[in-house]
Design a protein around this ligand. Structure first.
Ligand code: NDP
Ligand code: MG
Length: 402
């Protein structure tokens, strides 16, 4: 049987690697829908190669361009064209498995539509789960719905948990972190780092937003909240009832151990592979089976040593901000994640300094209004308010730079 796949965010780093993995197993997977944010040309190159039945663009103003391009390509073929959040959501309703590879809060409609449709969600878009945790948890309970993480640390935990049949015997999770390009640097020396410095990740090649998040350790902080959402539930989808207090962050510069689970008897199970996202993508596509093609297998003769250390929480304050937001709960993670999106975008445009990102995130989190996040409207409102506040913080620091 062929598994139909929706790739939403298909033009990005995770999206293109998903298409490569699907192309490696053509007897088992077929892409039926594709979507991007605004890159019509990039999307059309994929449409031409893959001929999906539905293609969508997040940016509504690009709908006519996309429609014309599809019509010019395939006057005789029936490819539907859609736009906006509904168009992205529709892509996921058409497939057995959706890879949500959108960056940022814009991925939320896809996460919800896929789970509410009772389908498999291969989730790379951590921001949707972090911002809308309580709502996503309800959607996860839809019959048939299944959430398999693509984020490498969570894919690792997901695999480690399968080594034990009693989730109540999980004691702690160890989420590994490469430490990013600034590992070992003092807070003082980080005052003058540039965008190019922050984009130079030592072990992973990823989209710009997550690469900056890796440099601030915000990515690890978001992943702690993500792990708590994914595995904190008592049952289903490998939930094991852990809390934020049961999650450790371990710096591991080689990015070979992707995360670990420690059980009540003291035994720790780890998942190891070379740093490639193709393996966790393929894992989420194939689960509960294994993908037929090998990615990232280790050559033990050349691997060398593996190192582990504690994170520097004072040079990288975003890590503890995430723990704090997770403990506050409700819409606090949505506020932090939204503020961070605004701050990272401003940093990438060189409007603020690298160190301002953490300061802006802290200032916005401090203003959190106690929202519970139990309704979609509450989450959307929280995201909006946090963006406005973060925008003001950016203005305040940008000194007229646009
Ligand atoms: P990229 O920036 O490389 O790609 C982002 C994708 O999202 C592009 O296809 C982009 O389309 C699309 N997009 C952007 N805005 C919108 C929108 N408003 N509506 C619909 N689509 C949109 O990001 P990555 O692939 O690096 O990351 C994607 C997600 O996966 C993030 O949540 C990230 O945290 C997570 N992740 C990524 C990893 C990696 O190795 N890259 C590792 C672990 C997690 P367009 O090209 O048109 O802008
Ligand atoms: Mg990760």
């Amino acid at each position: 049987m062929i598994t139909s796949v929706a790739v939403v965010g298909s033009t990005g780093s995770i999206g293109t690697q998903t298409l490569e993995a699907v192309a490696d197993a053509p007897d088992q997977y077929r892409v039926v829908s594709l979507a991007a944010g605004s890159d019509v040309a990039g999307l059309m190159a994929q449409v031409e190669a893959l001929r999906p039945s539905l293609v969508a663009i997040g940016d509504q103003s690009k709908f006519a361009d996309l429609k014309d391009a599809v019509a010019a390509l395939t006057p005789d073929l029936d490819i539907e064209v859609a736009a906006g959040p509904d168009g992205l959501a529709e892509c996921s309703r058409r497939a057995d498995v959706t890879v949500n590879a959108v960056v940022g809060f814009a991925g939320l409609p896809v996460t919800l539509a896929c789970l509410e449709e009772g389908k498999r969600l291969a989730l790379a878009n951590k921001e949707s789960l972090i911002a809308a945790g309580p709502i996503v948890q309800i959607a996860r309970r839809t019959e048939g719905a299944e959430l398999v993480p693509v984020d490498s640390e969570h894919a690792a935990v997901h695999q480690c948990l399968r080594a034990n049949n009693n989730p109540a015997q999980v004691s702690r999770l160890q989420i590994t972190a490469s430490g990013g390009p600034f590992r070992g640097r003092s807070a003082r020396s980080l005052q003058s780092v540039t965008v190019a410095d922050a984009l130079a990740h030592p072990t992973w090649s990823m989209g710009p937003k997550i690469t900056i998040d890796s440099s601030t350790l915000m990515n690890k902080g978001l992943e702690v909240i993500e792990a708590n959402e994914l595995f904190g539930e008592p049952a289903g989808d490998a939930g094991c009832g852990i809390t934020l207090d049961d999650i450790d962050v371990v710096v591991h510069p080689q990015s070979i151990v992707h995360s670990m689970v420690t059980f009540t008897d003291g035994s720790t199970i780890a998942q190891l592979s070379m740093p490639t996202m193709k393996l966790p993508i393929a894992y989420a596509l194939a689960y509960p089976d294994r993908f037929p093609v090998s990615y990232g297998a280790i050559d033990w003769a050349t691997l060398g040593s593996l190192d582990f250390d504690v994170p520097d929480r004072s040079a990288f304050p975003c890590l503890d901000l995430a723990f704090e937001a997770g403990r506050i709960g409700g819409t606090a993670p949505a506020w932090l994640s939204a503020a961070n999106e605004v701050a990272v975008e401003a940093f990438l445009k060189e409007r603020i300094r690298w160190a301002d990102i953490a300061d802006i995130n802290a200032a916005v989190l401090l203003s959190h209004d106690g929202g519970t996040g139990e309704s979609l409207d509450g989450v959307l409102e929280g995201d909006h308010v946090a963006r406005v506040l973060a925008g003001r913080e950016v203005e305040h620091r940008s000194d007229g730079r646009t």
